[in-house]
Design a protein around this ligand. Structure first.
Ligand SMILES: C[S@@+](CC[C@H](N)C(=O)[O-])C[C@H]1O[C@@H](n2cnc3c(N)ncnc32)[C@H](O)[C@@H]1O
Length: 258
């Protein structure tokens, strides 16, 4: 499997904090616990995505890639790439003259991504890197676009992650961040939590992964609202930031330009 490891560049532990950008769920508090969580769910992850979203996540991911502004010949990054959905869409956008880097800290997720890569020759423009979103192993201003799908919510220090994305983006380029929408509408929160309790956790239980998927609910509660995400992007130095509610408000996508 062609996965490059940058473990030697990583901090061994990441501390939690009470700051709003560094809050962590009571479950899976540390970076190592979260890496193990995503490794354990990796065999089931793609199927549960389809189940939770009734297949809609594929549409939302296409929207996220489109908002990133990635185009033919670009060099782009998919951060927290997991099993690679967004990286594969980016691969088609940038074409054979372009380059996609998928970065994740779970080697098991990257193994799934790498095996899916074999399915199409056009995915040859993707490299997988095992690394930490909080300490990116890339030089300044090297990417034309960045996508993050369901990743920022899981990071222990979102401000640091946003700073890192800003650092590696070229001036004028965009980051497109898709995630659950932490809404201020109580009926949307109700639907999100009902879906997780009634659909996702029962299915996950049958694979002994209930605890892992209970974490999903608390992580959404502890995430930032659209407005807070826009403020975070502007605070760290992005020149513009706009959050879009999608999927009837269940999901959100932050688009920020350097
Ligand atoms: C919910 S999955 C999303 C995967 C994929 N982007 C998608 O949309 O299907 C979140 C991913 O973030 C990764 N992740 C979490 N914290 C990370 C970190 N500090 N550095 C790199 N990857 C991280 C996990 O390993 C996991 O694969």
């Amino acid at each position: 499997m062609a996965v490059l490891s940058y473990h030697h560049l990583l901090h061994p532990t990441l501390s939690s904090s009470t700051h709003k950008h560094t809050r962590s769920s009571s479950l899976f508090r540390g970076a190592n616990e979260r890496r193990e969580l995503f490794s354990r769910v990796s065999p089931l992850y793609d199927n549960l995505n389809d189940l939770l979203s009734l297949g809609q996540h594929r549409i939302w991911k296409r929207m996220a890639v489109s908002w990133s502004g990635a185009k033919k010949g670009d060099s782009v990054l998919d951060l927290c790439c997991g099993s690679g959905d967004l990286a594969f869409l980016l691969s088609q956008k940038v074409g054979s003259e372009g380059q996609v880097t998928g970065l994740d800290f779970s080697s098991d997720q990257l193994s799934v991504a790498s095996s899916r890569q074999q399915s199409r020759a056009c995915y040859e423009n993707i490299v997988w890197i095992e690394g930490d979103a909080l300490n990116l192993p890339f030089p300044n201003t090297c990417f034309d676009a960045i996508t993050v799908g369901y990743g920022l919510r899981n990071l222990l220090d979102r401000q640091k992650a946003m700073k890192e994305m800003l650092r590696v983006l070229k001036p004028g380029s965009r980051v497109s961040i898709l995630d659950f929408n932490k809404t201020t509408e109580s009926y949307i929160t109700f639907i999100q939590e009902w879906m997780i309790d009634s659909v996702v956790i029962p299915v996950a239980s049958s694979y002994s992964l209930a605890k892992e998927y209970e974490y999903l609910k608390s992580s959404i509660r502890e995430f930032l609202t659209g407005r807070e995400l826009e403020e975070l992007a502007l605070d760290v130095g992005f020149s513009s930031a706009k959050h879009y509610e999608i999927g009837a408000g269940l999901m959100g996508n932050l688009v920020a330009a350097r």
